[in-house]
Write a protein that binds this ligand. Structure first.
Ligand code: GDP
Length: 477
């Protein structure tokens, strides 16, 4: 998870929008057309109010977005009155860390845009521009190359000068200062929600600060996590969220992610070629996602044992061959090929009744999140996993959260207990529990987001719970 996005300082002049490296808006998006034939029962039905909100959003994006007339007169450097194309307001998502983290941050930012009547733009640079279809008809979500500060959006000085957290910090330190947060003179602020965010940055999640932010036409939001559980806990958004997701909070990511993130034609071709060749014919598809964060603490043989103990005790894969079993296709997703080899050696090559095929789409060996072709393979793997009937994922991994969430498949999550905390548990005995739902976990909520023991302190009662794999994280329930 620890790879920062490198932003290429492309600049176009004159100030006119230039598309770079994504599906042109007019090109058809094959995955959107074909997805339901691959995932018959899995594409979510959106409730009518959410659907109408998305339609209104699409109209706004067309009216205000980079291909509109008004956008070319819009600049975050302008004066407050002429800086936002009339009533248009924007939130620019700036990605951070690996693809799973980025997809969660992006989807959360989109929901924030929906709730605050903003237009979502994304700074994908070269490493993500090829992954998705344009989500909003007749427009683009790509931040133009000539956006002021484009090459500085990840820099320390930009954060120092423009971040809301720093503003609050400075304000507190100069309490006698007359500048008041109720009368913004800035047209642009950064919202810094990365995992290393400060106590001041976290105040973004306080209701009393939303009124101020509402008046800022340009927000640049950096995030590597699924902060939606915290939006649900805010009074400002609660009633609208309840209208948008009546009785189905546990599929928020499933609904929004599937709307927003359709694989590009290039990604879809990778996905469907692999699926058709290896997975389509089996009666059951099993996805196993293995993410090793600390190879010293959990070396390959240990992880291998843990995964097999999970799949066999939970009867996902049979201990011994039985001829009346359904045929299975097992997709192993991992940076390394060792797990694939191990699982294939154990199960592969069986023919006749209960046939088990074991496959791997790629093994990149190391994380290279700054590379487009690498992210393409990661996206293909996530999507192929999401097409599984049964899913086993690794605890703490946002890669696994995306696969489970997009697919709407409640995964078995394998967690590796820290021997220091669990001296009684032998190293091979991983915990393997079924997730309560398909929602991702937010790994680093602010302290005030934890419901107290009665579940009432922050108003989060019944909305959020601790995550099954990350005890300090929160998820919608
Ligand atoms: P997390 O670190 O597990 O939370 O997931 P992220 O997706 O944020 O970052 C891990 C990155 O490592 C991925 O985005 C990929 O670039 C790479 N990676 C990890 N596991 C896999 C895998 O199973 N398949 C592929 N293709 N890439 C992987």
């Amino acid at each position: 998870v620890l790879i920062a996005t490198v932003c290429s300082p492309i600049s176009y002049f004159p100030l006119k929008f230039a598309l770079s490296g994504s599906t042109p808006p007019e090109q058809t998006c094959e995955s959107r057309e074909q997805r339901s034939s691959y995932l018959k029962h899995r594409t979510p039905e959106l409730p009518p109010y959410l659907l109408s909100k998305l339609q209104a959003y699409e109209r706004r994006h067309r009216r205000c977005g980079p291909l509109s007339e008004s956008f070319n007169t819009t600049s975050p450097l302008g004066t407050h009155n002429d800086s936002a194309g009339g009533d248009c307001k924007f939130v620019v998502y700036t990605p951070s860390q690996g693809l799973g983290n980025r997809i969660l941050g992006l989807t959360s930012t989109f929901l924030f845009a929906l709730l605050t009547d903003r237009v979502l733009l994304v700074d994908f640079s070269a490493d993500m521009g090829e992954l998705f279809c344009e989500p909003f008809p007749n427009s683009t979500w790509l931040l133009p190359g000539n956006f002021p500060f484009k090459s500085d959006l990840y820099g320390g000085w930009f954060r120092d000068v423009y971040s809301y957290g720093k503003l609050l910090e400075k304000k507190e330190k100069t309490a006698s200062d007359s500048s008041s947060s109720s009368s913004p003179n800035s047209t642009l602020l950064q919202i810094f929600l990365d995992d290393k965010y400060s106590e001041y940055d976290k105040l973004f999640f306080k209701d009393e600060n939303q009124g101020f932010l509402e008046k800022i036409p340009w927000l640049v939001l950096i995030s590597d996590g699924y902060f939606i559980p915290c939006l649900f806990q805010m009074q400002t958004f609660r009633s609208e969220l309840e209208k948008l997701f009546p009785n189905n909070k546990s599929t928020v990511f499933h609904q929004l992610g599937n709307y927003l993130l359709a694989p590009s034609n290039q990604a879809w071709s990778l996905i469907t070629k692999f699926y058709d060749a290896h997975l389509a014919k089996a009666e059951q598809r099993i996805g196993i996602q293995i993410r090793v964060f600390d190879p010293q603490a959990t070396p390959t043989p240990v992880v291998m044992k843990q995964i097999l103990s999970c799949t066999e005790t939970r009867r996902i894969l049979p201990r011994s061959r039985q001829s009346n079993e359904t045929s299975k296709a097992v997709l192993v997703a991992s940076l390394s090929s060792e797990f694939y080899e191990g699982i294939k050696n154990r199960y592969g090559g069986r023919s006749g009744g209960g046939e088990i095929g074991v496959y791997q789409a790629s093994h990149e060996e190391t994380q290279q999140s700054y590379k487009s072709s690498h992210n393409m393979k990661a996206w293909a793997d996530m999507y192929l996993l999401s097409m599984s009937d049964v899913l086993v994922t690794s605890g703490m991994s946002t890669f696994g959260y995306v696969a489970a969430g997009i697919g709407g498949v409640r995964p078995w999550i394998v967690t590796f207990p820290d021997p220091k905390d669990h001296p009684d548990v032998p190293g091979w005995a991983a915990v393997c529990e079924r997730a309560v739902n398909v929602e991702p976990c937010f790994h680093f909520p602010p302290w005030f987001a934890y419901p107290d023991e009665q579940g009432t302190a922050s108003g989060g009662a019944g909305l959020v719970n601790r995550c099954e794999d990350v005890p300090w994280g929160l998820k919608l329930v």
